[in-house]
Structures are given as structure tokens and as C-alpha cells.
Design a protein around this ligand. Structure first.
Ligand SMILES: Nc1ncnc2c1ncn2[C@@H]1O[C@H](COP(=O)(O)OP(=O)(O)O)[C@@H](O)[C@H]1O
Ligand SMILES: [Mg+2]
Length: 324
């Protein structure tokens, strides 16, 4: 086996720091079991020096949210020439911005809930922006994760405070029509469909507590007809390709009992704690947590830009300024 010097980047800047530490620890242990030389690197200011000092061949990103998942750390590693796991700069940035991602989904005919983006500067006009979207609606940070700063809004009076809260976490708020249905997530690994899982949560939304402290029930495969699952998986792959993702990604959907499924978001650095969804889906496919980490490591790369070499110039054509 090809033993590598791996830096597991964990911790970070966002609200999901603690989850990132759990994810990172699980990954580091798995890679050690596989025989790799692992350094745990706590991400923060001075990350460039820490990466340089660790003398690693490859970075395994166990980060979530701001900086780690939105393309910024990916950009740093690109500049340093260190290969890393997961999506590149552009795909990470696009997936992390729910407003931009929604525009791309629409261009690719991927159904997504009707909605709009509102910034703090637009707080006074939010009732106008809302127009006939109706209630209930979901207000969430445009760039964030783990349902932090998310509110289900039932009345016009609740709208402005919810938008202000979401803006505090995500810079801007994404306001969407509330879609009632089964929650399904699809895992893609290396450009191929890995599988899908239904998350049945006792509450109205799949919230932070339910997500990380148990309470949700998982169904693999989802309790849906095979044709519907296959449609979701195809949509997930289209979304992965639309954003230009790499490595692993997890794509979230809501499937109403009546009506078409809608795409919520693409997660470019899905959780990797022992209870996380990607490892669960991988296990169902016969891929252990250690093998999943190994596979992700094998897919690590820097951006490969195929620049066609220019044809050799024999004679330089000088445009003539005077004709005749
Ligand atoms: N438009 C919506 N309709 C119904 N529920 C929603 C909607 N948007 C989000 N949710 C609920 O909130 C959860 C988190 O939303 P999501 O868009 O996946 O953001 P994130 O996971 O980044 O916080 C979803 O898993 C779902 O339970
Ligand atoms: Mg989500």
C-alpha cells in the first residue's frame, strides 16, 4: 500500500467547528489504521505555516462551513501546491452560496423550492421581496450549514426577525417556500452515485439537535418507489456536475407525497462522524469507514487545468495599419 504523509485539517472558523473536530478525529484514526502517517492540523490563522511545517504530501479536509468548505482553504492549498480532498475552489464556493447554487440548479432544470435572497440592507423591503411566496416559508443563512440560524416562518410579522437572524450567520438570507415531504440525501463519490438515505426526523425540520444528538431515523434505501429513488440519484449527479464538484458530495432533497422532489443543497464536505450520512450510505454499499477515507484520499488533487499548448509561431503576423 502507498503510505502517505497526510495532514487532516480540522476545527476551523465556522459554527460547525466542534463537528469538524469529531469528523477530523474519526478520519485521522481511520487513516492511521490504513498505515498513513497522519498529522492533525487545527485550522485557524497561520494555517499556511502549519501546513508547511507539517511536511505533508496531501491535505484531508475535515472542515465544515466558513473558510473550510467555501473554497478559501482550497485556494490556499492550491497556491501552496498541496493536493486536497473534495471539491475545488469554484465548486466549493458555489455550493456554499445557496443563492448562486439555486441559479445554477434552475439553469440545469433541477427543481428547487421557489424563493429569493435578502440581505441586511434589504430588511426594510423584505415584505415586498416576499411578494406572493406565501407561508409557511423557510428562512436560512445563504451560506451556512447544519440548520444553524434557520427559522420556519408562519406569518409576515415573523419574517423580518427571521431574515435578520439568518443574515447574522450567513451574510444574506435565503427565503424559500416550505416544502413538506420526506427528506432524502444522495451521496456521490468520485462522480458516481454511491446511494441514498431517507432521514425521518420527529420534529418539523431536520434541526441541529436532531442532526447531531440522535433522534432521527434513517432508512436505506429511502421508503420510496425505485423509479423515484433513481430519479433523485440522477438529479443529484446532475447537480454535482452542474457545480463542477470533485470527490464526495451529499445532495439534499425533499420529496413531497404529491408533486415533484426539490433539491435543497449540495454539501461539498459532508460530515464524516461515525453517525454521519455519507459513511452510513457507504457502509450500505459495502465500503467501510476506513475504505471510504482511503478512497477520498486517493481522489485528492489540485486543480488540473488542461491548457492546450499554442502552435509554434514561425512568422509573427503584424497587422497592417494601412491598406493599399
Ligand atoms: N424549503 C424548505 N422546505 C422545507 N424544509 C426545508 C427547506 N429548506 C430547508 N429545510 C429544512 O432545513 C434543513 C436544512 O436546510 P438545508 O437547505 O439543507 O441547509 P443546511 O443543511 O446547510 O443548514 C433541511 O434538511 C430541511 O429539514
Ligand atoms: Mg442540508
Amino acid at each position: 500500500m502507498n503510505q502517505r504523509r497526510v495532514g487532516v485539517l480540522l476545527g476551523g472558523w465556522g459554527e460547525e467547528k466542534d463537528i469538524s473536530v469529531k469528523t477530523g478525529e474519526a478520519i485521522a484514526t481511520a487513516l492511521e489504521k490504513k498505515g498513513h502517517a497522519v498529522t492533525r492540523i487545527l485550522a485557524g490563522s497561520g494555517l499556511d505555516q502549519a501546513v508547511r511545517g507539517a511536511g505533508i504530501d496531501v491535505a484531508f479536509l475535515a472542515l465544515h462551513g466558513r473558510m473550510g468548505e467555501d473554497g478559501k482553504v482550497q485556494g490556499l492549498l492550491e497556491v501552496m501546491g498541496v493536493p486536497y480532498t473534495g471539491s475545488g475552489v469554484l465548486a466549493s464556493a458555489l455550493a456554499m452560496n445557496k443563492g448562486f447554487a439555486k441559479k445554477l440548479f434552475r439553469q440545469h432544470n433541477l427543481a428547487t423550492p421557489a424563493g429569493y435572497v435578502a440581505s441586511t440592507a434589504q430588511l426594510d423591503q423584505v415584505e415586498e421581496l416576499h411578494c406572493d411566496l406565501g407561508f409557511p416559508c423557510v428562512v436560512k443563512p445563504s451560506s451556512g450549514g447544519s440548520s444553524v440560524g434557520l427559522t420556519v416562518v408562519h406569518t409576515l410579522e415573523q419574517l423580518r426577525p427571521a431574515v435578520a437572524l439568518a443574515c447574522r450567520y450567513g451574510g444574506e438570507a435565503m427565503v424559500e417556500r416550505y416544502v413538506k415531504g420526506k427528506e432524502v440525501t444522495v451521496a456521490i463519490l468520485g462522480g458516481e452515485i454511491l446511494g441514498s438515505c431517507e432521514i425521518a426526523s420527529p420534529g418539523a425540520t431536520f434541526d441541529f439537535t436532531t442532526k447531531y444528538e440522535g433522534g432521527a431515523r434513517y432508512h436505506l434505501p429511502p421508503r420510496l418507489p425505485p423509479t423515484r429513488i433513481s430519479n433523485l440519484e440522477t438529479m443529484a449527479l446532475t447537480a454535482y456536475r452542474a457545480l463542477g464538484c470533485r470527490g464526495a458530495a451529499r445532495i439534499d432533497f425533499i420529496c413531497p407525497d404529491v408533486g415533484n422532489e426539490v433539491l435543497l443543497e449540495v454539501n461539498t464536505l459532508p460530515g464524516m462522524t461515525p453517525t454521519s450520512l455519507l459513511p452510513k450510505i457507504a457502509k450500505q454499499r459495502g465500503l467501510s469507514f476506513e475504505d471510504l477515507c482511503e478512497k477520498l484520499l486517493a481522489l485528492a488533487t489540485t486543480e488540473t487545468v488542461d491548457v492546450q499548448p499554442l502552435p509554434a509561431v514561425t512568422e509573427r503576423a503584424v497587422p497592417s495599419r494601412h491598406v493599399g
